[in-house]
Structure formats: C-alpha cells, structure tokens
Design a protein around this ligand. Sequence first.
Ligand code: P6P
Length: 326
Amino acid sequence: MDLPIQRTLARVIRQDEKEAQVATGEFSELMLAICYGIKVLSQMVQTAGFKGLYGYTGETNASGDKTQKLDEESHVVLEQVLGSAGCFGHMVSEERDEVLPVTRGSKSGKYVVAFDPLDGSSNIGTNIPVGTIFIIFKRLGIENEFLRPASDIVAAGYSVYGAQTSLVFCAGGPVRGFTLDTSLGEFVMTEPDIKAPESGNTYSVNEGNGWDWEANVQSYVNSLKTHERGKPYSGRYVGSLVADFDRTLKKGGIFMHPATKSKPTGKLRLLYEAMPVSYIAEKAGLLTSNGKQSILSLTPSSIHERTGFIVGTKKEMEWFNQAMAS
Ligand code: P6P
C-alpha cells in the first residue's frame, strides 16, 4: 500500500529545513501553524452555508471593501492560530487597518507575516473557489517591518478552497503543491516542483472593466481575442485571484488586473496579494508586471497599497511588455 507518509507537509518541510541548513526548527513550526490555519479555514468555507456565515457584517475593511462575515471569521482564525504559534512578531491582515502586534506566545517571534485571509470572498455563497494568501519576512525589529523588498521574502504561498483544498508555497527552493487528504486531515505533496509552461491559450481579465482600460491594454487584449497573433485565446475569468492564478501557473496563459484610467493605482494589494503570488510565479518561471515593471522590483510604501497586476507565461508576457512599451 503506497502510504503518503513520506510526502506529508510536515515531513517535507522538515526535510527542506535540514537541506537548507535552517536548523532553528522555527520555520517548520511557522509553516505547520499556517497549514493548520488553512485546514480550519477550508472546513469553515465548506460549512459556511449551514452555519449562517454567508452575508455581510455591515462593516468595511481597511481597503473600503464591504466585509463578509466569512472574511471576519477567517481573519479571527488566522490571527489566533498564527498569533499563538510563537513564531511571529507582527502580522498584517487585509481585514485590519493597522499592523497587529502578536500578544500570545513568545513575543520574540523571528518572523512577520502578512495575509489575505479569504481572497475572492465576493464569490462566497456561489461555490466558486476562494483562498488564503500569505507572505513571510524575517523580523528585523524595525518600524516598517512590512515595507520590504522582495529580496527579503522568506516564504510565500496560497491555498484554494475548491473541489479540493490545495496549498502551493515556496520557501526559496522549489514551488511545492499539496492536496488536503480529508480522510487523514493531512496535506500530501502532489507536485514536488511546479514549473509553469512557456506559453498558454487562455487570457483572464474582467472584460467589464474594458471601458476603463488604457489604450495599450485594450489593444493587447484585442490582439489575443482575434487572429492577430494566430489562434485566438480562450477567455477564462473566475474573479478569484487564487483560482485564476492557480490555473495560469499550471496551464499557462495570462491573468490581468491592470490599473485603469479611473483607478490608476489598480485594485489588488501589493503586499499580501501581488507580491506573494509573484514570488511563487517567478520561482515557477512565470513573469509579472504592474504594467510598467515586475512586481518583485517593487517595495510597498504602505501595508494596504494597491497595484496593477499582470502575471503569465513568458510568451504572453513578452507580448504584453512590448504592447505596453509601444
Ligand atoms: P474584479 C476578489 O475580490 C479580488 O480581490 C481577487 O481575488 C480577484 O482577482 C479580484 O478581486 C476580482 O476583481 O474587479 O474582477 O471584481
């Protein structure tokens, strides 16, 4: 019987830690805490319907978005699970205006973590996949712990609560994919080293924002929809970043949430959406852009800063960069 014991997340993380000579064990604890939080959120999303967790709280979050009950519950879970792990000094959440000091466990946590507890939550109640996105830095003991360059990223990842619960993360080495074995309650590694294809055949963008795109974005999208570049691309848009990115990472193509004329700073958040996804993307061979430069060349100037975000396979991104330079 092929027991997946060698491929459980705990085994893989400890093995990676040994190979990376990161001997503290604290990184393993940190990743296991995140993994536990994701399991709790997966269960919560699956049962939200009959636990009265659909709908809005009547509040708005730091970015002015209406807060869903499940957004708030997801934040509370992650704040408690990560706050008590003893690994983190501070946290940033999409659902809170300010940086959160860790008040549980050892305050000397070596790391800081920023997360979007429930990305795509506008789709809650429709069984469309949603997920959690996180990014981790070493704690420096400075005022602006989270306004850090991509070179300081220790690890980043995302989960998708869909037909299966999956977790993709990278801690500097290969991009690893795990699937939750619900019969065991264990994440089992199913993709030991994710590499994106060189190109794809789908484009993913909310065409409803088309009236507001810059002219060169409009002309680029049109070039994919027509025979201008050969066979027209198929449109695929879930409206949930984790789902649209997971497809782009594994099947290729391009995902776009560009800045627009009326929203020149874009919609998606740089620190806890675009940067973690771009860290995974570029490690797996995709390219990223804010419309002008790669996402990983940016350093956030505030914890809830927004950005235009484009990510895709090399061929489509080279075309995009040429279009934006024209
Ligand atoms: P739009 C979900 O609200 C989200 O933050 C991302 O998950 C998703 O990619 C994007 O916004 C969808 O935005 O403008 O298409 O509704």
